[in-house]
Design a protein around this ligand. Sequence first.
Ligand code: HAM
Length: 420
Amino acid sequence: MKQMQPVRGTSDLIPEEKARQNHVISTALNVAERYGFRDMATPIFEFTEVFSRPLGASSDVVSKETYTFEDRGGTSLTLRPEGTAAAMRAVISNGLTQALPHRWFYAGPMFRYERPQKGRMRQFHQFGCELIGPHSALADAEIIGCGAQILEELGVLDKCVLHLNSLGDTQSRQNFREALITYFSRFSDDLSEDSRRRLETNPLRILDSKDDGDRALLDDAPRLPDYLSDEARRHFDGVTAALDAASIGWTHDPLLVRGLDYYAHTAFEFVTDALGAQGTVLGGGRYDGLSETLGGPVLPAVGFAAGVERLALLIEQLHLPGSDIAVLAADETAEAASFGIAQSLRHAGLSAVQLMSGAMGKKMKQAHKMGCRFVVILGADELARDVAIVKDMQTGTQSDIARALLSDAITQMMKGTISE
Ligand code: HAM
């Protein structure tokens, strides 16, 4: 039955996958906090214009990928396809445009109606950092440095290459845009259908084309770096000098334009070849004009977002922490009392699972499979003597311990294990 499947492009996060995602997000937040970022969240849906204006009506995200619907009051709403426009909306609507800078971290689900494949979902998760206020090139370097350190602490930085480009200021981009239109108009019959449409709406995006015919034309096309104003070039030099000083490796990618319209100056992506076609794990850039497209004041800003699913695919096998202790009743008469033991262990701060079904042998096998460090066994005989058997699954030794002393004794034994 179709309805019994998750919707195409979405997936359940069963515990192993959820643990990997939690690990990715908590590592990211831990690093970001060292850069002064603070966790925040915006709603999962916004008024449609919050995304349509800043991301650009001609961008793929807005023109083909948003989940947009009218609510019961007839208001057009959009499930967030990304977090940056929403974060800027939050700066403006919370009256925070004066108290700068803001260093915000967020993580959560995003929605894009894309063709699903490995690493590309319709509901996916991002974490991101937005540094709102400074126009210094040091802010760009700091954002990139923070992204790099997150990848490093996840153990995946050596699988990624940092691609960096400058999109210049508005005037630089305008001049480049005109040069591109002049150049590609000569070849419009040879362009792919998508790029022919982009020639009208957003010629910079042709640089991003994956079509072989389009790519062949790029060799002789105008190059963005040749159109940068002096100011834009100075900003880019400031970013690269800071990255070099911190030994953050980067490669200049003059074709990197990013898929959202709000960028100016710095654009960057950390790309891996270990994930097939969907190799960008973390991307961002400067978006100084975004606030104004939302009706806010001039507000320079720079940030990035990363795909949690893609990073979870990249990280090595993650050890899922199990429970410390399995508690089992050897016979029916001890069942209620074994529940009492499990409860007292949990109240003492230990993690304990009850094994509730099957014969003794089966329960022991289960405890082994779950990786429990100790098994607590209670039968009629132990009940009568007010003790429980504690078996150390690492050493195989077992001893009777008075029930009232169980939590303390196991806590001590665990401490002993840690100091070993
Ligand atoms: P983005 O490049 O559109 O940028 O997305 C950032 C990351 O989200 C991508 O590099 C990718 O890892 C992940 N991602 C995007 N779409 C999908 C998908 N359909 N399935 C799985 N993962 C996906 C932004 O969203 C900007 N808001 C980044 C930013 C923040 N710029 C400035 N501040």
